[in-house]
Design a protein around this ligand. Structure first.
Ligand code: HEM
Length: 779
């Protein structure tokens, strides 16, 4: 929320003032600065004892004055004789001999710091292009990076020159850096943009929009958004000096001699701008300090980054046009906490950090909710948590029956011919039908018109709630959002045509049974019935109103369909694009066959628990591909704000979340974190179970199961708001995977069809197909 004096300012002026305030807030305070100086002193003193013969120097943001309160402090180990001056080729690989020597010194330092009391080492990457280690200084909590690299004097000179030229540059850079950082998009090892690249991107946008005033913060920020939201990175590259956009070089075009381009920087652009045939969209950004250094080429997440920039640009423009009480910058810099603080986050009561308000806003329930007011009470979540999970054992046979029938309908039963199937569409149909076997029961779950209506509702709900949230300014929401919500309301009306008569029928049957306890009537075991029973137990007559029950049914359909369909579609694409020589599909087939035979030919909850390979394959896709960058999002409720464990104060209304994608790809928690290893959790689980001696230890060792959440596996959230539907989802998806491998041959994929990235979310490709053929099996 905003200081009241700012509310009266006109949009652009307010943006300028907010940017200045942001810079003051993010820069280290005097005390933090002193603490950082102490860290620098300690590291130098320690290194001098361990590797006295080598040189260590500060570089990076602390040296250029661009550090923020949470920045790492960067040091480099170097060989004094391999420096270079301005104008020389820039930071390139050191000579092999000195690189080897310095990497040995880095390892020495790492081992010594691991033993020392004042430091906690976290990682070493001796084989990286620039070998590096990261360590935390325990007294201050400041992270330190030590890297083996050449001198960066030429780059530093450029940074100095541009900072002097544009007084507003540092501030804009810090906002952009923070904006990408909180979304996990500033980590070069995971396809993000490093600090130096972000800095030069900001410089290029300022240089190219030369009409701007050199000190105009607001204009500079908007110039950045405007350039990079529109840039077609598959066709154009960006040069900083001279400032220009240049056409990328078609792959295969012959290389010419330097003089034929005019100068070395033009030759450099030709060389680094060659289109990569496999990833033509890769960003090309020419380093002003080294014309042959492409600062964008490692940022393979550029599509994701650009989509984030586009969405945030729109939201910023809306806020500038119609300022409200909310800060203009708040969509850019929501607070992301580190993994270490997740326990603190999930322990906070809802009166401090709330989820409902976030869900209500994310889903635009105020406008999209099919029956007004029904979502003031989210009791359907308790029903999923309580009844659905409790009934899973009794319902396994129903789930299997529906899955097998739906799979046959979608993928065919011809054992002769191969068939192309669209994975997303067919999985969505199977999941919708199976979920509805538990939600509304037979025969409605097989009614084609009902299923069409439910899918249309889920689709339109997803699209239109995003439109309301992202594209309509807050001030115009009361006016425009009800209009945007109309298609969803119509779809929900279509669903009601089926659900309301079903609820009426159930109520009538319950009444008859009440009047005559001898009457032969077996209550159905499905979600509609659990809702009616829940309302009856609590004497909440309004909650048994058919329209209210129908409203909960359609929303639960939305929760169940999208997440499960996306997750399973990702699972199939990830699995089928592994090396066929690894025979993962065969291994899953063998596991399903043995488990079913051991279970006497009948799938049960206990039998499903033994499908550890299927369990791991789905969990690994949730980790590796996932559904988005951030999770565990909560809103700060107390008027006076709250203080985070890091000591940072955040005001009421701030959204706080965790970087789930970054956690899932962190080497500290997952070996080979950037590799897809479908059986990773089987191996991890086995190791833990081996060590278990008592039943209690054995049970505790189930930490690697699909449904087990932790602060390092957060695909279903964690803590008391963790997804209550995950037990059902796990059962449904494992059984579906077992049926697929048992009943179908599937052609492996040469290349994984890429996912779509929209802002912070990722979705599987909607139209990609695979080839399948029904197997002749006798089960
Ligand atoms: C693979 C499939 C699924 C995934 C990846 C998934 C993921 C999630 C995540 C990340 C959350 C938010 C947790 C948080 O904010 O801490 C959530 C919440 C929720 N999910 Fe799921 N979900 C899945 C399937 C389902 C199904 C099948 C249902 C219903 C039958 C369901 C019902 C819910 C509900 C009601 C909540 C809100 C819980 C609360 O706020 O207390 N989900 N889910």
């Amino acid at each position: 929320m905003l200081h009241p004096s700012l509310e009266t300012l006109e949009g652009f002026e307010r943006l300028r003032v907010e940017l200045e305030a942001f810079e003051t807030w993010i820069k280290p305070t005097a005390a933090e600065h002193a603490a950082r100086e102490a860290v620098i002193h300690d590291v130098f003193a320690f290194a001098k004892k361990i590797i006295p013969e080598s040189s260590l120097e500060l570089f990076g943001s602390h040296r250029t004055g661009l550090s923020v309160a949470t920045s790492d402090i960067d040091f480099r180990i170097y060989q004094p004789d391999v420096g270079q001056g301005a104008g020389d080729r820039g930071p390139n690989l050191t000579k092999p001999s000195s690189r080897k020597l310095n990497t040995q010194r880095l390892r020495l330092l790492y081992s010594a710091m691991a033993e020392a009391e004042g430091f906690m080492v976290s990682a070493i990457r001796p084989l990286a292009k620039y070998p590096l280690m990261t360590v935390q200084h325990l007294d201050s909590g400041v992270d330190v990076q030590i890297v083996v690299s050449n001198d960066t004097v030429a780059s530093r000179e450029y940074i100095k020159k541009y900072l002097a030229q544009y007084p507003a540059l540092g501030t804009v850079y810090m906002v952009i850096k923070m904006m990408l950082n909180v979304r996990g998009l500033s980590d070069v090892y995971h396809g993000g943009l490093g600090s130096y690249s972000i800095f030069m991107m900001v410089v290029a946008s300022l240089e190219l929009h030369y009409n701007n005033r050199r000190d105009d913060l607001a204009q500079h920020l908007l110039s950045f958004f405007s350039l990079y939201s529109k840039l077609d990175t598959s066709k154009m590259g960006v040069s900083v000096d001279p400032p220009m956009l240049f056409a990328k070089t078609p792959n295969g075009k012959p290389k010419l001699a330097e003089k034929q381009y005019g100068d070395a920087t033009a030759a450099g652009r030709h060389q680094i701008g060659v289109v990569d045939p496999l990833q033509p969209y890769l960003f090309c950004l020419q380093d002003p300090a080294d014309s042959l250094n492409d600062l964008g080429k490692r940022s393979y997440g550029i599509k994701h980054i650009q989509e984030t920039i586009r969405v945030l640009h729109k939201r910023l423009l809306q806020r500038v046009a119609c300022p409200s009480k909310e800060s203009l910058l708040s969509p850019l810099v929501e607070v992301i906490i580190p993994r270490e603080h997740i326990h603190w986050l999930i322990e906070q009561p809802d009166s401090v950090l709330d989820t409902k308000i976030v869900h209500t806003d994310l889903l635009a329930l105020k406008y999209m909710s099919p029956t007004n007011g029904v979502f003031e009470n989210f009791f359907h979540e308790d029903i999923v948590r309580r009844d659905l999970t409790r009934q899973l054992g009794a319902l396994t046979a129903d789930i299997g029956d529906e899955l097998l029938a739906a799979l046959g309908d979608q993928w065919g039963t011809d054992t002769e011919k191969w068939k192309d199937v669209c994975v997303y569409e067919t999985v969505q149909e199977i999941v919708t039908r199976t979920s509805n076997r538990l939600i509304v029961g037979l025969p409605l779950c097989r009614n084609a018109a009902y299923l069409r209506a439910i899918k249309a509702f889920a689709q339109s709900f997803a699209v239109h709630s995003s439109v309301i949230r992202v594209l309509i300014p807050d001030l115009l929401k009361p006016l425009l959002a009800p209009l945007v919500a109309i298609p969803t309301q119509l779809n929900s009306h279509q669903c009601n045509k089926f659900v309301i008569p079903l609820v009426q029928e159930r109520l009538a049957a319950m009444k008859r049974k009440q009047a005559d306890p001898e009457l032969k009537y077996e209550e159905p075991n499905d979600l509609v019935q659990w809702i009616l029973n829940y309302a009856g137990e609590r004497e909440q007559a309004a909650e048994s109103e058919p329209a209210n029950v129908a409203a909960r049914i359609v929303i639960l359909n939305f929760a169940a369909i999208h997440t499960s369909t996306f997750s399973f579609t990702n699972t199939l694409f990830d699995l089928l694009s592994t090396d066929p020589a690894a025979h993962y599909v065969d291994q899953l087939r063998a596991e399903a066959a043995t488990t079913l035979a051991d279970a006497g030919g009948v799938w049960s909850k206990a039998a499903l628990a033994r499908l550890v390979k299927a369990d791991s394959v789905i969990r690994e896709s949730l980790r590796y591909t996932g559904l988005g960058g951030r999770g565990l999002v909560r809103e700060v409720m107390p008027k006076e704000g709250i203080t985070l464990p890091s000591g940072q104060w955040v005001p009421q209304g701030t959204r706080v979340g965790a970087p789930i994608e970054r956690i899932h790809h962190d080497e500290r928690y997952y070996d080979h974190a950037d590799a897809y290893e479908p059986l990773r959790f089987v191996e991890k689980g086995e190791k833990e179970r081996e060590g278990a001696r008592t039943t209690e230890e054995y049970l505790k060792s189930k930490t690697q199961a699909l449904v087990t959440t932790s602060d390092t596996f957060v695909a279903f959230g964690h803590g008391r708001h963790a997804c209550p539907g995950r037990f059902f989802a796990a059962q449904e998806l494992k059984l579906l995977l077992a049926f697929i491998v048992q009943h179908y041959d599937i052609e492996p994929l040469a290349v994984r069809p890429p996912n779509l990235y929209v802002s912070d979310f990722t979705a599987p490709p909607f139209k990609a197909t695979i080839r399948v053929r029904r197997r002749v099996v006798s089960l």
